[in-house]
Design a protein around this ligand. Sequence first.
Ligand SMILES: [Fe+2]
Ligand SMILES: [Fe+2]
Length: 190
Amino acid sequence: MRVQSLLFFIIILLIPVIIFRKNIKSKFFLKNKKYVLTKVVSHSDKKIIKLLNIAIADEWLAYYQYWVGAKIVNGNLAQEAIKELVQHANDEKRHAEMLTEHIIKLGGLPILDFADLQIISGCGYIVPPMSGDIKTILEQNIEGERCAIKFYKDLLTQVQDYTELEKDIVIILKDEEEHERDLTEILNKV
Ligand SMILES: [Fe+2]
Ligand SMILES: [Fe+2]
């Protein structure tokens, strides 16, 4: 009876591991993966390159979320929302470019495999509703912006020794805060 109970307990423990094995495996390997470096860099630079790659993943996923949202959004004030979503998508892409320049300057490379973006992303990707409901799309993007604001505020505390990067993070953070305000303004009118 005891052996049976033990076996049952082990099986229960293994179920989530079996179901999520692909995800667990990729997260584990990516977390421990050495980011691609083009030269010997200090421990501190390595840490910054890793954080900037997380930021790049978030920016690209945010870009796509805005881009696809602008294509499918409908409802009251859809035209106003589209204008804003397209503008935000362009801003996120510009942010990804700014961050990539810093990674390369530091001696690293941006994430090369597109599939890795969602794995290392801190804020993730929220799938927009098939209905294109404007309220849901705005709420999802506001959630993404709040996550980005939190990430960049935290990043700012870690880049004091990197003057140029610090300046750019301040610019990006300002954009993200503006994005959140713009979306909230439209949401309040919907
Ligand atoms: Fe951004
Ligand atoms: Fe943003």
